[in-house]
Design a protein. Structure first.
Lengths: 261, 208
C-alpha cells in the first residue's frame, strides 16, 4: 500500500470506528432533546471530568500563550471590513456542508437559503469575500453534522474537551469527523495533495473566530470561580440554542425559577 | 338578529356583545402594555447605567456604591442568588444563607463596577419584548459596540405585583444565572459537597 492510500485507509477506518461508536456506544444515552428547563438547562454528563480538565488546562495554556495573543494582533491590525471579508469567505467555503446538513435535517427552506447565499455570494460577493446575501435578508445560519445528529434524536452523550479544538460532546466530536470527511474542499485538497489548504483554512477560521470573543472569554475567565465549569455550562447552553435554531429574539428555554428551594 | 326576539333578550344580547367587544379591546392593549412597560424598564436601566456609571473619573468606591444602588432597584438579587445556589440553598443554615447573600451581592457589584470602568462607547438598543410566562417578560436588546459586532442580550423581567425586577440576563443565548449555578455547584462539589467551600472562595474573591 502506498503512503497516501495508507493514510486514506486509516482515515476511512477512523471514521467508520467513530460512526460505529456513535451508533452503538451512544445508543444507550440516545434520547431526543427535551425542552431544557430548570437547572438542567446547560447541564451535561461529564463522566471523564479529570481527563477533560487536564485537556482544558492544556488548551487554556495554549490559548493564553499563543492563540489569544495571535487573535489580539489579528484583531488590532486588520480593519473591520477586512475581518468581515475573512468571515464571509470562510463561511462561504462551508456552504456545501451547511446545505447538506440542512437537507439531512429536513429543513428544505433553510437549505434553499443557504444555496441562494452560496450562489449570490460566490458571484456578486466576489468569491464570497462580501456577504451580499445578508443584505437581502438571507442570513447565515451555522449547521453541522453534530446538529443533524441532534435533530435525529441523538443526545449529547457526554462532555468532551478536544485538544486545541476545545469544548465538544461525544456526539458533536463524531459530527466533526463526518463533516471533515464529507467536506468537498477537504476532499479536493486531499486528492490533489494540497493539504495546506484546509490546514490554513482551519487556522485562519480559528483565529478569526477567537478574535470575535476576546472580551467575552476574558470576562468569563476573570469572573468565574471555576473557569472549567463556567465554560462547560456556557458551551452547552449555546450549543443547545444553536441546535434548536433558536432565534435570540424569542429564546424559549429559560431557567425555571419557580421550583422549590 | 332575529326580529321576533323579545325585547329584554335582545337588549341583553347587545349588552353581552358590547361587553365582549370592550373586553377584547381592553385586554389586547393591557397585554401589550405590560410588554411595553418591561421594555421601558430595561431601557431605563440602560440609560441610568450609562449616565451614572461610565464616567472614567469615578473612584472605585463611588462606582461600586452606584452599581449597588442600581442593582438593588432593578434586579431581584435574592432570587438570582437563590437560583445560583440551587438545591444547596435548602441545605444551608441561616448563618450560611445570610453570608452567601451578602457575598453574592458583593461579587456582582464588583464585577459590574469593573465592567463599567472599562466602558468604551457601547450602547444598549432595546428590541422586542415577549411574554415568557404569566409573570415574566423577556426583553431582547443589543449592545452596540463601536469596535465590534453587536452582542445580543435578553433581560428576563418579572412582574412582582406592581413593581418589576430583572431576574436573569441572557448574553448570546447564555444565561448568566445558569452559568453561575454550574460554576457554584462545581466549587461546592470540589469541596466535598460543603457550601462552606463556596463561601470560602467568595470570601477570598471579596478580599482581593
Amino acid at each position: 500500500m502506498t503512503t497516501a492510500a495508507n493514510i486514506r485507509f486509516c482515515k476511512t477506518f477512523f471514521v467508520l470506528v467513530l460512526c460505529a461508536g456513535l451508533t452503538f456506544g451512544l445508543g444507550a444515552c440516545a434520547k431526543s432533546q427535551s425542552p431544557e428547563s430548570g437547572y438542567k438547562a446547560g447541564a451535561i454528563a461529564d463522566p471523564i471530568e479529570p481527563v477533560n480538565r487536564a485537556i482544558f488546562a492544556f488548551n487554556t495554556a495554549f490559548d493564553r500563550f499563543l492563540f489569544e495573543p495571535t487573535a489580539k494582533i489579528y484583531d488590532a491590525v486588520f480593519p473591520g471590513f477586512v475581518k468581515d471579508s475573512v468571515q464571509s469567505f470562510m463561511r462561504n467555503l462551508r456552504s456545501p456542508l451547511i446545505i447538506a446538513n440542512n437537507l439531512l435535517q429536513g429543513q428544505i427552506g433553510d437549505a434553499g437559503v443557504a444555496t441562494a447565499r452560496f450562489i449570490i455570494n460566490t458571484t456578486a460577493g466576489v468569491a464570497g469575500l462580501v456577504d451580499v446575501a445578508a443584505g437581502q435578508g438571507l442570513m447565515y445560519e451555522d449547521e453541522d453534522f453534530g446538529q443533524t445528529l441532534a435533530v435525529w434524536g441523538l443526545g449529547d452523550g457526554m462532555y468532551v474537551v478536544l485538544p486545541i479544538l476545545g469544548p465538544s460532546s461525544l456526539r458533536d466530536a463524531g459530527g466533526k469527523v463526518v463533516d471533515f470527511a464529507g467536506d468537498p474542499l477537504q476532499l479536493w485538497a486531499n486528492n490533489t495533495h494540497n493539504d495546506w489548504v484546509y490546514i490554513t483554512r482551519g487556522a485562519i477560521e480559528g483565529i478569526d473566530n477567537r478574535a470575535r470573543v476576546i472580551k467575552a472569554v476574558e470576562d468569563l475567565r476573570k469572573n468565574s470561580l471555576d473557569y472549567y465549569a463556567a465554560v462547560r455550562s456556557a458551551y452547552v447552553q449555546r450549543r443547545h440554542a444553536v441546535i434548536n435554531d433558536q432565534d435570540p429574539q424569542t429564546s424559549a428555554s429559560l431557567p425555571d425559577y419557580d421550583e422549590q428551594y | 338578529m332575529n326580529a321576533t326576539c323579545p325585547r329584554p333578550i335582545a337588549s341583553l344580547f347587545s349588552i353581552l356583545t358590547l361587553a365582549a367587544v370592550l373586553s377584547f379591546f381592553s385586554i389586547a392593549p393591557a397585554k401589550a402594555a405590560s410588554e411595553e412597560a418591561a421594555a421601558a424598564f430595561v431601557d431605563g436601566l440602560g440609560k441610568k447605567a450609562l449616565s451614572s456609571l461610565t464616567a472614567p473619573e469615578l473612584g472605585q468606591a463611588e462606582r461600586e456604591k452606584r452599581v449597588r444602588s442600581l442593582l438593588n432597584s432593578y434586579f431581584d438579587v435574592n432570587t438570582i442568588a437563590k437560583f445560583a445556589l440551587g438545591t444547596n440553598w435548602r441545605n444551608a443554615n441561616e448563618t450560611q444563607r445570610a453570608e452567601y447573600l451578602k457575598l453574592f451581592e458583593g461579587m456582582i457589584v464588583k464585577t459590574y463596577a469593573q465592567r463599567f470602568s472599562e466602558y468604551s462607547g457601547q450602547e444598549l438598543k432595546i428590541g422586542k419584548a415577549t411574554k415568557a410566562s404569566e409573570r415574566d417578560t423577556v426583553v431582547a436588546s443589543q449592545i452596540i459596540q463601536p469596535d465590534g459586532p453587536p452582542v445580543s442580550v435578553e433581560w428576563r423581567v418579572r412582574d412582582q405585583g406592581g413593581s418589576m425586577k430583572i431576574i436573569d440576563v441572557i448574553v448570546e443565548r447564555i444565561s448568566m444565572s445558569v452559568t453561575q449555578r454550574s460554576d457554584f455547584a462545581s466549587v461546592i462539589e470540589g469541596g466535598g459537597g460543603n457550601i462552606d467551600a463556596l463561601l470560602e472562595t467568595l470570601r477570598k474573591r471579596a478580599g482581593k
